[in-house]
Design a protein around this ligand. Sequence first.
Ligand code: ZN
Length: 206
Amino acid sequence: MSGINNIFCIGRNYAKHATELGNEIPDSPILFSKPTHALASASGHTLTFQKGKGEIHHELEIVLLIDRPVKKGDKLEDVVSKMALGVDLTLRDIQSDLKKKGQPWLRAKGFKNSAIITDFWKFSGVEQCENFYLVNNGRVIQEGNVQDMIFDFQSIIDECEDVFGLGTGDIIFTGTPEGVGPISDGDVFKMYWGEEEKGQFQVSIN
Ligand code: ZN
């Protein structure tokens, strides 16, 4: 987990996910970030969360690792050499409340263990991307494919570079497909890239 700098995230990047939460489909990427203390490894450990905060939703996402300083106009393949799968956890009830009050999402998105990532592997281009899956207690609950993204990887990188700057060690959660829902105490989640299991974690809420 060392060496990761900024954690950027894209909201509502799959149309069916936007509509499942009753949101409009955005015409420019919705951007937010998480503190690095949110990072946790999907290497089979139990991750602990506080009770009494309402529903905690799983969002399965492709995560890109930026491995050099990015300048305007840089191509995806030249600045991303590795990818991973991640779960962007969201305190959904708190997020709804914050949205109503017009307050920042940080409390709902940036809490400890809310940015769970597998080990990174070689990124071989969008053409080589497999379907990806989140399995809960043996059942597939989310399935995604880059073809369904509203903003593709290149657009996301262009936008992040333009707004925040992007550099070595930054990671980007690229948005969740539909099927988000609450996690429960004792759940075991596994992440798959095609047939291959890439990581897992167990949930403890207390
Ligand atoms: Zn997300």
